[in-house]
Design a protein around this ligand. Structure first.
Ligand SMILES: Cc1cc2nc3c(=O)[nH]c(=O)nc-3n(C[C@H](O)[C@H](O)[C@H](O)COP(=O)(O)OP(=O)(O)OC[C@H]3O[C@@H](n4cnc5c(N)ncnc54)[C@H](O)[C@@H]3O)c2cc1C
Length: 397
């Protein structure tokens, strides 16, 4: 079954840079429990989802978009062929925006946004499914990620993360609460530890957990799928267009995956094309996001950084290459020593923090250490407090 899946994976889409899959025999000194003799190897890509979002926003801004973070849509109504959209700023002010079309891409909140527009109803239904992850000290020193097949038919990933850690996930748990406050529960922790220790001869315990995080998948539920297990619900998406005669359209996105986000976005624009002024040819399929210009791999770029900025050690260069790509040169420019980069907050540099506030919409210490970077994993309490004070003062000034 796995061989057939991998054959299709290798042959159905055009492979450009990734090697094909193969069956492998584990050596006697492999990292796995001795009972595992065979496996399969294939190649895939990885992405930091938070940075993917911010770099898409950055590119959109460069193309003329206005990016308003932490601005919550509270209602919308149609008026003389356009939308009048009310949105609340973090300060609590409500502004009204005018638009020829409205796209509701609120992920797990898509139905809540529709509920704020009285004249619109929707036929697609979402099923909210929580997925949780554990971060633990590195379980093995193999650079490869492992996909472990569990008895329940699910797979669990063990992914090398930030040099020193292994990221273990995920789970599929039906969820009814506020997606913003989703967190891992005891059963999920036990499950992830059990699958890991079934495969790896390590004594992983709760005490070893460095960090956990959870997210809520907005999955599309078909008419007769209410009783299906959460794992089996499709990861595909549906677009629902709400049209009224001579009125501005609303397009809502149900479901989706990171891997198909460009395809999804292009399909959205194609559907809205009749209601918008004429557009140029689609160009986003192969567009390079800011920081990726001329970067063949983050490893190669880290080497380039240490040549141009010899005061950076290998670890610092690797962190900057993986986090920012060439965007880090915006704030490294002209620096000849670490001192030129200003104060330090753990791994973070003062110039880096200012860049994140000035250019990447960071508003709080939490934005900086968890959403724009992941330095929160190793940042001490004292450095976190100093950074909080710095962010407040810098933003006021
Ligand atoms: C645990 C887990 C694992 C996953 N693994 C993978 C994977 O391996 N591969 C993959 O391709 N995909 C994966 N996904 C799916 C992927 O994360 C989602 O498909 C993707 O995040 C959807 O993006 P989105 O922009 O549609 O929604 P979201 O990322 O949820 O963004 C919706 C945004 O709308 C905002 N919003 C909500 N209400 C309002 C409002 N009233 N006004 C203004 N803004 C509002 C929210 O604040 C949020 O920023 C995973 C998801 C989870 C939860």
């Amino acid at each position: 079954m796995i061989s057939i899946g991998l054959f299709l994976y290798d042959h159905l889409s055009k492979r450009v840079s990734l090697p094909g899959s193969k069956r492998i025999r584990f050596a006697a000194d492999s990292h796995l429990q001795a009972k595992f003799k065979h496996g399969f190897e294939y190649s895939d890509c990885r992405v930091d989802d938070a940075r993917l979002v911010v770099m898409n926003a950055k590119l959109a801004e460069q193309k003329g978009a206005a990016i308003l973070t932490r601005c919550q849509v509270t209602g919308a109504k149609r008026h003389k062929g356009i939308w009048l959209i009310s949105a609340k700023t973090p300060e609590g002010d409500v502004s009204t925006f005018k638009a020829k079309t409205l796209v509701n891409a609120a992920g797990p909140w898509v139905s809540q946004v529709i509920a704020q527009i009285p004249e619109v109803s929707h036929k697609h239904r979402l099923r909210l499914v929580k997925g949780s992850h554990l971060l633990v000290p590195r379980i093995h020193d193999d650079p490869a990620a492992y996909i472990l097949q569990n008895d329940d038919g699910r797979v669990v990933f063990i992914i090398p993360y930030l040099d020193d850690y292994s990221l273990i996930g995920t789970t599929d748990v039906d969820y009814a609460g506020d997606p913003r406050t989703a967190e891992i529960d005891d059963a999920e922790i036990d499950y992830l530890i059990k699958v890991t220790t079934d495969y790896f001869p390590c004594s992983l315990t709760r005490e070893a957990i460095v960090w956990t995080f959870s997210g809520v998948r907005p999955l599309m539920q078909g008419e007769h799928e209410a009783s299906k297990s959460a794992t089996k619900i499709t990861r595909d998406y549906q677009l629902e267009l709400d049209l009224q005669a001579n009125q501005a359209p609303l397009l809502s996105v149900f479901g989706g995956k990171l891997t198909t986000y460009r395809k999804l976005a292009e399909t959205v624009i194609n559907k809205l094309q009749p209601y918008l002024p004429p557009m140029a040819e689609a160009w986003t399929a192969s567009a390079i996001l800011p920081g990726g210009e001329g970067v063949s791999s983050p490893h190669a770029y880290a080497q380039e950084l240490t040549k141009h900025y010899p005061f950076l050690d290998q670890q610092q260069a690797r962190r900057l290459a993986f986090t920012y790509g060439r965007q880090c040169e915006i704030w490294l420019a002209g620096a000849a020593s670490l001192t030129d980069l200003g104060l330090r907050y753990g791994d973070l540099f003062e110039r880096e923090v200012k860049y994140l506030i000035d250019e990447e919409w960071a508003q709080s210490c939490e934005d900086i250490i968890w959403r724009r970077t992941k330095v929160g994993i190793s940042l001490s309490e004292t450095d976190t407090q100093s950074l909080e004070r710095f962010v407040k003062t810098y933003r006021k000034g």
